[in-house]
Design a protein around this ligand. Structure first.
Ligand code: G1P
Length: 304
């Protein structure tokens, strides 16, 4: 059973400027909590208990968010603000550990994951969750169920798993793209891969199934990462190390059932805000009525 996860949060977040100038992009709010909290909640809901944040020197706000704030707690307690107190105490369940390691230089996603090697070790399998992407399992399915499904698939097959979804062909060059060995997997199931490539040109893409940033990997990925040379964008790519792993022991794509929002860019935050806001337990009703005031496609203020 996979109980450990690596969350790489060291990047600059240039696609979110100016919002991400002085705060990490992972701390930008979606409805009532920072985007990173959704990702941690997804991991915890799927059974993860040790979360390794790979941070950099400008990311201490993330570590603080998951730490106890004794002064604030004492103040809320003294004022009898129980609901607010509980909301900050519940950010991390008692049986979950948040550990952070530093990535001193921005050498790529593969390098960021490699920075977690001393904490994870080469023997245990682990998950990787990229916090740019929010996974929405909808209101009818349990939180974190796509991730649970993928981790269960790893437990069954012992093969590395990459969560994928179909994207528009015109967007394949933004993602790692997989080549199914045979049939593409059905939603909620996994299939063997014949290869994968990081950010291919549209003509070179083997499919339009994109890696969305959820991985289940064996510890044996670490020695492969350590010898992976810089690839696309002159960065050490996780995709390249996984391709080397595939050649040795097979890798599968797990096709998700839910939706994703790319919170590495502003429109993704807006979409996530609409999706999570309208079904929020306390704010949802008012938010829906607020939204109804903005259903004015011919509003001249909206431009064309
Ligand atoms: C990373 C991965 C890529 C994946 C993407 C998902 O790219 O390298 O394979 O498809 O995340 O968001 P990045 O967006 O960090 O450039």
């Amino acid at each position: 059973m996979i109980r450990k996860a690596v969350l790489p949060v060291a990047g600059f977040g240039t696609r979110c400027l100016p919002a991400s100038k002085a705060i990490p992009k992972e701390m930008i709010t979606v409805v009532d909590r920072p985007v990173i909290q959704y990702v941690v909640e997804e991991a915890v809901a799927a059974g993860i208990r040790d979360i390794v944040l790979v941070t950099s020197n400008s990311k201490s706000a993330i570590e603080n968010h998951f730490d106890t704030h004794a002064e604030l707690e004492a103040s809320l307690e003294a004022k009898g603000k129980e609901t607010l107190l509980q909301s900050i105490r519940d950010i991390v369940p008692d049986d979950v550990n948040i550990i952070s390691v530093r990535q001193g230089e921005p050498l790529g996603l593969g390098h960021a994951v490699l920075c977690a090697r001393p904490v994870i070790g080469d023997d245990a399998p682990f998950a990787v969750l990229l916090p740019d992407v929010l996974v929405d399992n909808g209101s009818d399915r349990p939180a974190g169920c796509d991730l649970s499904g993928m981790l269960a698939s790893y437990a069954q097959t012992r093969e590395a798993q990459l969560m994928v979804e179909e994207v528009d062909w015109q967007h394949v060059e933004r993602y790692g793209i997989v080549a199914p060995a045979d049939e593409a997997p059905e939603a909620g199931s996994a299939a063997d891969l014949a290869g994968m490539v990081e950010k291919p040109a549209r003509e070179a893409a083997p499919s339009n199934l994109a890696v969305i940033g959820r991985y289940a990997l064996p510890g044996s990925i670490f020695p492969l990462l350590a010898e992976t040379p810089p690839g696309a964008g002159d960065e050490i790519q996780l995709t390249d190390a996984i391709e080397a792993l595939r050649a040795r022991r097979g890798v599968q794509a797990y096709r998700m059932e839910g939706l994703t929002y790319d919170c590495g860019q502003p429109l993704g935050y807006l979409e996530a805000t609409l999706a999570f806001g309208r079904r929020h337990a306390t704010l949802g009703k008012d938010f829906r009525s607020l939204m109804s005031r903005y259903r004015m496609p011919e509003d001249p203020a909206c431009g064309s």
